[in-house]
Design a protein around this ligand. Structure first.
Ligand code: KPL
Length: 296
């Protein structure tokens, strides 16, 4: 199968490394220099001290017509609007899979009303080391759910033991579950500048996680708060050696996804008249720390 991947950040490179083993993958990047490097040298995946190379094709995204029937969009949530504004480039694409944190970008996807749209969440621990190298630091899974249209083209995707792919029926449930995880782990790791696992190891950090979770759960439609907390702890443990995406954004002077994550939670609180003092504090502290540049 021919697969396009828009975005050359940690998630885009991770997908390229694994899907590129079985499929013909083209990565569409923001910068020409990254596309050139990927096309010449391939993607390097570092895992447990070993490096694996996978050949991919690569081209700059802007102004290029995508020719693959199935395309993954892996850009940060704040760049979904930019991708949507280039809808003509997707003329020949049948199915688009959006892999963003948060939920407020979903309304923008209506510009692709004539396509099959799938949304998904990535639970792997991964961070980008350079333009063609990604470290896979925590084994997780990719969960996909149909958003509208038929997911048939994506149904043929084969995962494997190292990169399992699961399907779910209920897109809202998988996105809310992931939002809770990101709302608790990402801002605290970014603020405290610690790896995911340290949140569990240091007692005051763990208390902060629990308090943040307690506020977040009041305004998100969780089916089972006990299970949701267990998931947060499980993912934190599974990705213990990972620098969260928000940690990496702050460390590199980039814009973060704090608006998409805690900003969204705050809006839900305002709509319901629920005060969320710790969420507001963490949100404001992060806003003061974030830089202006964008991720890939
Ligand atoms: O999704 C993540 C992220 O960093 O954005 C987790 C699962 C927290 C892994 O770090």
């Amino acid at each position: 199968m021919n697969i396009g991947i828009v975005g050359g950040g940690a998630v885009g490179l991770l997908l390229a490394a694994y899907l590129g083993r079985r499929h013909k993958v083209t990565v569409y990047t923001r910068r020409l220099s990254q596309a050139r490097q990927l096309a010449e040298c391939g993607v390097a995946l570092k895992k447990e001290g070993k490096t694996t190379e996978t050949a991919v094709q690569a081209r700059p995204f802007a102004g290029t017509e995508l020719v693959e029937p199935l395309v993954f969009v892996t850009v940060k949530q704040y760049d979904v609007a930019d991708v949507c504004s280039q809808r003509d480039s997707f003329r020949r694409v049948g199915t688009i899979v959006f892999l963003q944190n948060g939920m407020s970008h979903l309304e923008q996807l209506s510009v692709f009303a004539d396509k099959n749209i799938v949304v998904g969440v990535v639970e792997h621990g991964a961070f980008k080391l350079d333009d063609r190298t990604v470290a896979h630091t925590g084994a997780g899974k990719l969960t996909l759910a149909p958003f509208y249209g038929s997911p048939a083209a994506a149904a043929g995707l084969a995962g494997d033991r190292e990169f399992p792919i699961e399907w779910a029926d209920d897109w809202e449930r998988i996105l809310v579950d992931k939002l809770v995880v990101n709302a608790v782990i990402n801002p605290l790791t970014a603020l405290l500048q610690v790896k995911n696992g340290e949140l569990l190891e240091v007692a005051p950090y763990r208390d902060m996680m629990a308090q943040l979770f307690d506020e977040v759960r009041r305004v998100l439609p969780l089916r089972d708060a006990g299970r949701a907390w267990e998931r947060v702890v499980h993912i934190c443990r599974n990705t213990a050696d990972n620098y969260s995406s928000m940690y990496m954004d702050v460390a590199n002077g980039r814009r973060t996804e704090i608006d998409a994550i805690l900003g969204y939670v705050l809006k839900q609180g305002e709509a319901r008249g629920v005060a969320l003092p710790l969420v507001r504090f963490v949100y404001c502290a992060l806003k003061g720390k974030e830089g202006g540049s964008r991720d890939e």
